[in-house]
Ligand binder design. Structure first.
Ligand SMILES: [Zn+2]
Length: 94
């Protein structure tokens, strides 16, 4: 388990004041989920932005491979639109 501030507050409340919030944004408790969404973390180091970049690159790579592959059954014209609309490519957390 990552030693987020909430973890440290739970383990050593005498050292880490339970009222302290994320030291970056000071607006939310620093939980593991918050580390993915904190808007003060530099974009290039944001795990969520890295995830989005890699996932969209994977989608483009797969789509290129599907469209350039020769198969016995041709893909329907709507393949690219339907493939990119799959819910698995949705990057934003709920
Ligand atoms: Zn924050």
């Amino acid at each position: 388990m990552l030693p987020t501030l909430t973890t440290l507050q739970r383990r050593k409340p005498h050292l880490y004041n339970p009222d302290w919030l994320c030291p970056q944004c000071n607006s939310s408790p620093e939980t593991l989920d918050h580390l993915w969404t904190c808007f003060y973390i530099l974009p290039e180091f944001s795990p969520l932005n890295t995830f989005k970049t890699l996932l969209l690159a994977l989608r483009s790579n797969y789509l290129d491979k599907f469209l350039s592959a020769s198969s016995l059954i041709p893909l329907p014209d709507s393949f690219a639109v339907e493939f990119t609309a799959l819910r698995c490519w949705d990057c934003d957390p709920p």
